[in-house]
Write a protein that binds this ligand. Structure first.
Ligand SMILES: NC(=O)c1ccc[n+]([C@@H]2O[C@H](COP(=O)([O-])OP(=O)(O)OC[C@H]3O[C@@H](n4cnc5c(N)ncnc54)[C@H](O)[C@@H]3O)[C@@H](O)[C@H]2O)c1
Length: 345
Protein backbone atom coordinates (compact mmCIF):
# COMPACT_ATOMS: atom_id res chain seq x y z
CA UNK A 1 0.00 0.00 0.00
CA UNK A 2 1.23 3.49 -0.75
CA UNK A 3 -0.58 6.55 0.66
CA UNK A 4 -3.31 4.10 1.72
CA UNK A 5 -3.94 3.14 -1.90
CA UNK A 6 -3.96 -0.57 -2.83
CA UNK A 7 -1.91 -0.79 -6.04
CA UNK A 8 -3.13 -3.19 -8.72
CA UNK A 9 -1.51 -4.70 -11.81
CA UNK A 10 -3.41 -6.47 -14.58
CA UNK A 11 -1.55 -9.36 -16.24
CA UNK A 12 -2.71 -9.92 -19.83
CA UNK A 13 -3.94 -6.93 -21.84
CA UNK A 14 -6.42 -8.66 -24.15
CA UNK A 15 -10.17 -8.36 -24.56
CA UNK A 16 -11.34 -8.87 -20.96
CA UNK A 17 -8.69 -6.72 -19.29
CA UNK A 18 -10.61 -3.61 -20.37
CA UNK A 19 -13.53 -4.69 -18.17
CA UNK A 20 -11.16 -4.98 -15.21
CA UNK A 21 -9.49 -1.65 -15.91
CA UNK A 22 -12.80 0.18 -16.37
CA UNK A 23 -14.34 -1.47 -13.29
CA UNK A 24 -11.43 -0.23 -11.13
CA UNK A 25 -12.01 3.42 -12.06
CA UNK A 26 -13.63 5.17 -9.10
CA UNK A 27 -13.44 2.19 -6.70
CA UNK A 28 -12.39 3.63 -3.34
CA UNK A 29 -8.93 2.82 -1.98
CA UNK A 30 -7.56 1.11 -5.11
CA UNK A 31 -5.71 2.19 -8.25
CA UNK A 32 -4.51 0.48 -11.41
CA UNK A 33 -0.79 1.22 -11.46
CA UNK A 34 0.68 -1.38 -13.87
CA UNK A 35 -0.43 -3.42 -16.87
CA UNK A 36 1.59 -6.35 -18.17
CA UNK A 37 1.63 -8.29 -21.43
CA UNK A 38 4.28 -10.34 -23.22
CA UNK A 39 3.18 -8.48 -26.35
CA UNK A 40 4.78 -5.08 -25.61
CA UNK A 41 2.47 -3.22 -28.00
CA UNK A 42 -0.55 -4.43 -26.01
CA UNK A 43 0.92 -3.40 -22.67
CA UNK A 44 1.97 -0.02 -24.11
CA UNK A 45 -1.48 0.66 -25.58
CA UNK A 46 -3.18 -0.28 -22.33
CA UNK A 47 -0.77 1.82 -20.24
CA UNK A 48 -1.47 4.83 -22.46
CA UNK A 49 -5.22 4.27 -22.24
CA UNK A 50 -5.40 3.82 -18.46
CA UNK A 51 -2.56 6.13 -17.44
CA UNK A 52 -0.29 3.59 -15.77
CA UNK A 53 3.04 1.79 -16.27
CA UNK A 54 3.61 -0.91 -18.91
CA UNK A 55 5.55 -4.06 -17.93
CA UNK A 56 6.35 -6.94 -20.28
CA UNK A 57 7.16 -9.73 -17.85
CA UNK A 58 4.77 -11.03 -15.16
CA UNK A 59 7.60 -12.11 -12.82
CA UNK A 60 8.75 -8.48 -12.59
CA UNK A 61 5.24 -7.52 -11.48
CA UNK A 62 4.98 -10.34 -8.93
CA UNK A 63 8.34 -9.38 -7.40
CA UNK A 64 7.64 -5.64 -7.40
CA UNK A 65 7.26 -3.82 -4.06
CA UNK A 66 5.05 -1.34 -5.86
CA UNK A 67 2.17 -3.77 -6.44
CA UNK A 68 -0.25 -5.10 -3.79
CA UNK A 69 -2.62 -7.15 -5.94
CA UNK A 70 -2.80 -8.65 -9.43
CA UNK A 71 -5.64 -9.51 -11.78
CA UNK A 72 -4.81 -12.49 -13.98
CA UNK A 73 -6.39 -12.10 -17.43
CA UNK A 74 -4.14 -14.47 -19.39
CA UNK A 75 -4.89 -17.73 -21.27
CA UNK A 76 -6.21 -20.52 -19.04
CA UNK A 77 -3.06 -22.64 -18.70
CA UNK A 78 -1.30 -19.71 -17.02
CA UNK A 79 -3.96 -19.03 -14.37
CA UNK A 80 -2.79 -21.61 -11.81
CA UNK A 81 0.99 -21.10 -12.06
CA UNK A 82 0.67 -17.31 -12.13
CA UNK A 83 -1.78 -17.12 -9.22
CA UNK A 84 0.41 -19.38 -7.08
CA UNK A 85 3.58 -17.46 -7.87
CA UNK A 86 1.91 -14.09 -7.24
CA UNK A 87 0.46 -15.21 -3.89
CA UNK A 88 3.84 -16.65 -2.84
CA UNK A 89 5.29 -13.20 -3.60
CA UNK A 90 2.75 -11.76 -1.15
CA UNK A 91 0.16 -10.45 -3.61
CA UNK A 92 -3.61 -10.64 -3.48
CA UNK A 93 -4.92 -12.30 -6.65
CA UNK A 94 -8.14 -11.98 -8.61
CA UNK A 95 -8.10 -14.58 -11.37
CA UNK A 96 -10.40 -14.84 -14.38
CA UNK A 97 -12.42 -18.01 -14.91
CA UNK A 98 -11.63 -20.87 -15.00
CA UNK A 99 -9.52 -20.53 -11.84
CA UNK A 100 -7.05 -23.10 -13.23
CA UNK A 101 -6.50 -25.46 -16.14
CA UNK A 102 -6.84 -28.54 -13.94
CA UNK A 103 -7.88 -29.59 -10.43
CA UNK A 104 -4.38 -30.25 -9.08
CA UNK A 105 -3.47 -26.62 -9.72
CA UNK A 106 -6.81 -25.43 -8.32
CA UNK A 107 -6.25 -27.39 -5.09
CA UNK A 108 -2.78 -25.93 -4.72
CA UNK A 109 -4.23 -22.45 -5.22
CA UNK A 110 -6.73 -23.09 -2.39
CA UNK A 111 -3.93 -24.31 -0.11
CA UNK A 112 -1.66 -21.36 -0.82
CA UNK A 113 -4.51 -18.88 -0.43
CA UNK A 114 -5.61 -20.50 2.86
CA UNK A 115 -2.06 -20.48 4.19
CA UNK A 116 -1.98 -16.70 3.68
CA UNK A 117 -5.34 -16.11 5.34
CA UNK A 118 -7.41 -16.00 2.09
CA UNK A 119 -6.06 -14.00 -0.82
CA UNK A 120 -7.62 -15.44 -3.95
CA UNK A 121 -10.80 -14.32 -5.69
CA UNK A 122 -12.21 -16.03 -8.80
CA UNK A 123 -14.20 -14.10 -11.39
CA UNK A 124 -17.75 -15.36 -11.85
CA UNK A 125 -19.38 -11.99 -12.41
CA UNK A 126 -22.80 -13.43 -13.30
CA UNK A 127 -23.32 -14.30 -9.64
CA UNK A 128 -23.79 -10.57 -9.07
CA UNK A 129 -26.75 -10.30 -11.45
CA UNK A 130 -29.95 -9.53 -9.57
CA UNK A 131 -31.94 -12.26 -11.35
CA UNK A 132 -29.36 -14.93 -10.47
CA UNK A 133 -29.26 -13.80 -6.83
CA UNK A 134 -33.05 -13.82 -6.58
CA UNK A 135 -33.23 -17.32 -8.12
CA UNK A 136 -30.69 -18.60 -5.63
CA UNK A 137 -32.57 -16.93 -2.74
CA UNK A 138 -35.96 -18.39 -3.74
CA UNK A 139 -34.39 -21.86 -3.79
CA UNK A 140 -32.37 -21.42 -0.59
CA UNK A 141 -35.30 -19.93 1.38
CA UNK A 142 -37.73 -22.56 -0.03
CA UNK A 143 -40.10 -19.74 -1.04
CA UNK A 144 -41.59 -22.11 -3.64
CA UNK A 145 -40.88 -25.30 -1.72
CA UNK A 146 -38.24 -27.90 -2.49
CA UNK A 147 -36.15 -27.76 -5.64
CA UNK A 148 -37.06 -30.84 -7.70
CA UNK A 149 -34.97 -30.39 -10.84
CA UNK A 150 -32.65 -27.92 -12.56
CA UNK A 151 -31.54 -27.65 -16.18
CA UNK A 152 -29.21 -25.25 -17.99
CA UNK A 153 -28.65 -24.42 -21.66
CA UNK A 154 -26.00 -22.42 -23.48
CA UNK A 155 -26.41 -22.36 -27.28
CA UNK A 156 -23.89 -19.97 -28.81
CA UNK A 157 -21.92 -19.56 -31.99
CA UNK A 158 -18.16 -19.12 -32.35
CA UNK A 159 -16.57 -18.83 -35.78
CA UNK A 160 -13.19 -20.26 -36.91
CA UNK A 161 -11.72 -16.71 -36.65
CA UNK A 162 -12.33 -16.77 -32.90
CA UNK A 163 -9.89 -19.69 -32.69
CA UNK A 164 -7.25 -18.17 -34.96
CA UNK A 165 -5.14 -16.76 -32.09
CA UNK A 166 -2.36 -18.63 -30.30
CA UNK A 167 -4.34 -20.23 -27.44
CA UNK A 168 -8.08 -20.80 -28.08
CA UNK A 169 -9.14 -24.24 -29.27
CA UNK A 170 -6.14 -26.15 -27.87
CA UNK A 171 -6.04 -28.48 -24.88
CA UNK A 172 -2.55 -27.27 -23.87
CA UNK A 173 -3.53 -23.61 -23.63
CA UNK A 174 -7.34 -23.27 -23.33
CA UNK A 175 -7.46 -26.55 -21.32
CA UNK A 176 -10.91 -27.34 -22.70
CA UNK A 177 -13.51 -25.89 -25.03
CA UNK A 178 -17.05 -24.61 -24.58
CA UNK A 179 -17.21 -25.90 -21.01
CA UNK A 180 -13.94 -24.39 -19.76
CA UNK A 181 -14.44 -21.10 -21.55
CA UNK A 182 -18.03 -20.04 -22.29
CA UNK A 183 -20.41 -22.36 -20.41
CA UNK A 184 -18.51 -22.40 -17.10
CA UNK A 185 -20.36 -19.21 -16.06
CA UNK A 186 -23.76 -20.82 -16.46
CA UNK A 187 -22.68 -24.13 -14.96
CA UNK A 188 -21.41 -22.16 -11.98
CA UNK A 189 -24.80 -20.44 -11.63
CA UNK A 190 -26.58 -23.79 -11.88
CA UNK A 191 -24.49 -25.46 -9.17
CA UNK A 192 -24.54 -22.33 -6.98
CA UNK A 193 -28.34 -22.06 -7.26
CA UNK A 194 -28.71 -25.79 -6.55
CA UNK A 195 -27.01 -24.91 -3.27
CA UNK A 196 -25.71 -28.38 -2.39
CA UNK A 197 -22.61 -30.34 -3.36
CA UNK A 198 -22.51 -32.25 -6.64
CA UNK A 199 -21.86 -35.93 -5.94
CA UNK A 200 -21.80 -37.60 -9.38
CA UNK A 201 -21.16 -36.42 -12.93
CA UNK A 202 -21.78 -38.16 -16.25
CA UNK A 203 -21.99 -36.95 -19.83
CA UNK A 204 -20.19 -36.54 -23.13
CA UNK A 205 -18.20 -33.90 -24.93
CA UNK A 206 -17.75 -33.75 -28.69
CA UNK A 207 -16.59 -31.52 -31.50
CA UNK A 208 -19.64 -31.29 -33.70
CA UNK A 209 -19.19 -28.18 -35.82
CA UNK A 210 -15.72 -26.69 -35.43
CA UNK A 211 -13.74 -29.93 -35.96
CA UNK A 212 -11.66 -28.36 -38.75
CA UNK A 213 -10.14 -25.72 -36.50
CA UNK A 214 -10.19 -26.87 -32.84
CA UNK A 215 -9.02 -29.88 -30.79
CA UNK A 216 -11.24 -29.17 -27.80
CA UNK A 217 -14.99 -29.76 -27.46
CA UNK A 218 -17.51 -27.38 -28.98
CA UNK A 219 -20.50 -29.27 -27.52
CA UNK A 220 -21.27 -31.00 -24.21
CA UNK A 221 -24.13 -32.59 -22.31
CA UNK A 222 -23.94 -33.31 -18.60
CA UNK A 223 -26.01 -35.02 -15.91
CA UNK A 224 -25.19 -33.99 -12.37
CA UNK A 225 -26.45 -35.67 -9.22
CA UNK A 226 -26.43 -33.46 -6.16
CA UNK A 227 -26.48 -34.40 -2.50
CA UNK A 228 -30.00 -35.54 -1.55
CA UNK A 229 -30.72 -36.88 -5.05
CA UNK A 230 -31.45 -33.65 -6.95
CA UNK A 231 -30.73 -34.11 -10.67
CA UNK A 232 -29.34 -31.33 -12.85
CA UNK A 233 -28.84 -31.48 -16.60
CA UNK A 234 -26.85 -29.13 -18.78
CA UNK A 235 -26.31 -28.67 -22.50
CA UNK A 236 -23.75 -26.35 -24.05
CA UNK A 237 -22.54 -25.65 -27.56
CA UNK A 238 -20.62 -22.99 -29.45
CA UNK A 239 -21.48 -24.70 -32.74
CA UNK A 240 -24.96 -23.13 -32.82
CA UNK A 241 -26.46 -20.75 -35.36
CA UNK A 242 -26.37 -17.64 -33.14
CA UNK A 243 -25.72 -16.50 -29.56
CA UNK A 244 -29.04 -17.35 -27.96
CA UNK A 245 -30.04 -16.24 -24.45
CA UNK A 246 -28.72 -18.65 -21.82
CA UNK A 247 -31.35 -20.37 -19.71
CA UNK A 248 -31.68 -22.11 -16.37
CA UNK A 249 -35.00 -23.88 -15.78
CA UNK A 250 -35.94 -24.85 -12.25
CA UNK A 251 -38.81 -27.09 -11.18
CA UNK A 252 -39.89 -26.47 -7.60
CA UNK A 253 -42.77 -27.87 -5.52
CA UNK A 254 -44.60 -24.57 -5.95
CA UNK A 255 -44.03 -24.09 -9.71
CA UNK A 256 -41.37 -23.40 -12.31
CA UNK A 257 -38.89 -20.55 -12.71
CA UNK A 258 -37.01 -19.54 -15.83
CA UNK A 259 -33.74 -17.59 -15.67
CA UNK A 260 -32.91 -16.17 -19.10
CA UNK A 261 -29.76 -14.05 -19.54
CA UNK A 262 -30.31 -11.76 -16.56
CA UNK A 263 -34.13 -11.93 -16.51
CA UNK A 264 -36.11 -14.08 -14.08
CA UNK A 265 -39.67 -15.29 -14.79
CA UNK A 266 -42.23 -17.55 -13.16
CA UNK A 267 -43.50 -20.05 -15.70
CA UNK A 268 -47.26 -20.20 -15.06
CA UNK A 269 -49.18 -23.44 -15.57
CA UNK A 270 -51.01 -21.92 -18.56
CA UNK A 271 -47.66 -21.21 -20.28
CA UNK A 272 -47.48 -17.45 -19.60
CA UNK A 273 -44.27 -16.01 -18.19
CA UNK A 274 -44.59 -13.59 -15.25
CA UNK A 275 -41.59 -11.27 -14.93
CA UNK A 276 -39.98 -11.38 -11.47
CA UNK A 277 -36.65 -9.59 -12.07
CA UNK A 278 -35.45 -7.48 -15.00
CA UNK A 279 -31.76 -6.58 -15.39
CA UNK A 280 -30.75 -3.21 -14.00
CA UNK A 281 -28.83 -2.47 -17.18
CA UNK A 282 -29.63 -4.27 -20.41
CA UNK A 283 -26.78 -5.73 -22.38
CA UNK A 284 -26.17 -3.94 -25.66
CA UNK A 285 -23.97 -5.27 -28.44
CA UNK A 286 -22.50 -8.70 -28.97
CA UNK A 287 -19.96 -8.75 -26.13
CA UNK A 288 -21.85 -6.58 -23.66
CA UNK A 289 -22.70 -9.60 -21.50
CA UNK A 290 -19.01 -9.78 -20.52
CA UNK A 291 -18.86 -6.66 -18.47
CA UNK A 292 -22.06 -6.89 -16.50
CA UNK A 293 -21.09 -7.84 -13.00
CA UNK A 294 -17.33 -7.26 -13.20
CA UNK A 295 -17.71 -3.93 -11.46
CA UNK A 296 -19.94 -5.44 -8.77
CA UNK A 297 -17.52 -8.31 -8.19
CA UNK A 298 -14.43 -6.08 -8.05
CA UNK A 299 -16.22 -3.73 -5.61
CA UNK A 300 -17.13 -6.69 -3.39
CA UNK A 301 -13.63 -8.19 -3.59
CA UNK A 302 -11.85 -4.97 -2.63
CA UNK A 303 -14.32 -4.11 0.12
CA UNK A 304 -13.40 -7.47 1.68
CA UNK A 305 -9.65 -7.16 1.08
CA UNK A 306 -9.42 -3.58 2.37
CA UNK A 307 -11.88 -4.20 5.20
CA UNK A 308 -10.11 -7.36 6.38
CA UNK A 309 -13.23 -9.50 5.78
CA UNK A 310 -13.26 -12.97 4.16
CA UNK A 311 -13.47 -12.95 0.36
CA UNK A 312 -16.89 -14.31 -0.63
CA UNK A 313 -16.23 -15.53 -4.19
CA UNK A 314 -12.98 -17.16 -3.22
CA UNK A 315 -10.93 -20.14 -4.39
CA UNK A 316 -13.35 -22.70 -2.87
CA UNK A 317 -16.34 -21.03 -4.53
CA UNK A 318 -14.44 -21.04 -7.81
CA UNK A 319 -13.67 -24.74 -7.54
CA UNK A 320 -17.19 -26.23 -7.82
CA UNK A 321 -17.89 -25.62 -11.52
CA UNK A 322 -14.31 -26.51 -12.45
CA UNK A 323 -14.55 -29.83 -10.63
CA UNK A 324 -17.76 -30.74 -12.49
CA UNK A 325 -16.15 -29.88 -15.85
CA UNK A 326 -12.94 -31.82 -15.20
CA UNK A 327 -15.02 -34.79 -14.00
CA UNK A 328 -17.16 -34.48 -17.14
CA UNK A 329 -14.05 -34.77 -19.34
CA UNK A 330 -13.00 -37.92 -17.45
CA UNK A 331 -16.55 -39.33 -17.61
CA UNK A 332 -16.67 -38.69 -21.34
CA UNK A 333 -13.30 -40.35 -21.94
CA UNK A 334 -14.08 -43.36 -19.76
CA UNK A 335 -17.78 -43.75 -20.53
CA UNK A 336 -18.47 -44.03 -16.77
CA UNK A 337 -19.96 -41.59 -14.24
CA UNK A 338 -17.43 -39.93 -11.93
CA UNK A 339 -18.09 -39.69 -8.20
CA UNK A 340 -17.20 -36.40 -6.50
CA UNK A 341 -15.04 -35.32 -4.78
CA UNK A 342 -12.84 -36.49 -7.65
CA UNK A 343 -9.10 -36.73 -7.08
CA UNK A 344 -8.29 -38.09 -10.55
CA UNK A 345 -6.21 -35.05 -11.42
N1 LIG B 1 -15.48 -13.21 -17.22
C1 LIG B 1 -15.78 -13.15 -18.51
O1 LIG B 1 -16.93 -12.94 -18.90
C2 LIG B 1 -14.69 -13.33 -19.50
C3 LIG B 1 -14.86 -12.93 -20.85
C4 LIG B 1 -13.80 -13.09 -21.73
C5 LIG B 1 -12.62 -13.70 -21.30
N2 LIG B 1 -12.51 -14.10 -20.02
C6 LIG B 1 -11.29 -14.78 -19.53
O2 LIG B 1 -10.22 -13.83 -19.46
C7 LIG B 1 -8.99 -14.46 -19.79
C8 LIG B 1 -8.35 -13.75 -20.98
O3 LIG B 1 -9.26 -13.78 -22.06
P1 LIG B 1 -9.17 -12.70 -23.24
O4 LIG B 1 -10.40 -12.90 -24.05
O5 LIG B 1 -8.88 -11.35 -22.69
O6 LIG B 1 -7.90 -13.27 -24.03
P2 LIG B 1 -6.91 -12.48 -25.00
O7 LIG B 1 -6.23 -13.49 -25.84
O8 LIG B 1 -7.66 -11.36 -25.67
O9 LIG B 1 -5.87 -11.82 -23.97
C9 LIG B 1 -4.92 -12.57 -23.26
C10 LIG B 1 -3.66 -11.71 -23.17
O10 LIG B 1 -2.72 -12.38 -22.31
C11 LIG B 1 -1.43 -12.11 -22.85
N3 LIG B 1 -0.47 -13.09 -22.35
C12 LIG B 1 -0.28 -14.36 -22.75
N4 LIG B 1 0.73 -14.93 -22.05
C13 LIG B 1 1.18 -13.98 -21.19
C14 LIG B 1 2.21 -13.95 -20.20
N5 LIG B 1 2.98 -15.03 -19.96
N6 LIG B 1 2.39 -12.81 -19.50
C15 LIG B 1 1.63 -11.72 -19.74
N7 LIG B 1 0.64 -11.68 -20.67
C16 LIG B 1 0.43 -12.80 -21.38
C17 LIG B 1 -1.64 -12.21 -24.35
O11 LIG B 1 -0.57 -11.61 -25.07
C18 LIG B 1 -2.97 -11.49 -24.51
O12 LIG B 1 -2.80 -10.11 -24.76
C19 LIG B 1 -9.35 -15.92 -20.05
O13 LIG B 1 -9.24 -16.63 -18.84
C20 LIG B 1 -10.81 -15.89 -20.45
O14 LIG B 1 -11.51 -17.09 -20.18
C21 LIG B 1 -13.51 -13.92 -19.11
Amino acid sequence: MSDNIFRIAIIGCGGIHHEHARALVGLPGVALTQVCDIKPERADASAALYGCRAVYDAKTVFESDEVDGVHICTPHYLHGPMAIEAMRCGKYVLVEKPMAGNLAQAREMIEVSDSLGGRLGVIFQNRYLEAARRLRQIIADREMGELLGIRGTVAWKRTPEYYSDDWHGRWATECGGVMMNQAIHKLDLLQWCAGRPATRVSGRVSTDGLYECIEVEDTAHIRIEFEGGLVGTFYATVAGSENEPVEIHTRLEGGRLLYRSGWLYRWESDGRLTLLVAPERQAKGDKAYWGIGHRAQLKDYYESVLGGAPIWLDARQGFGALEIIRALYAASRGGQPITLPWIGE
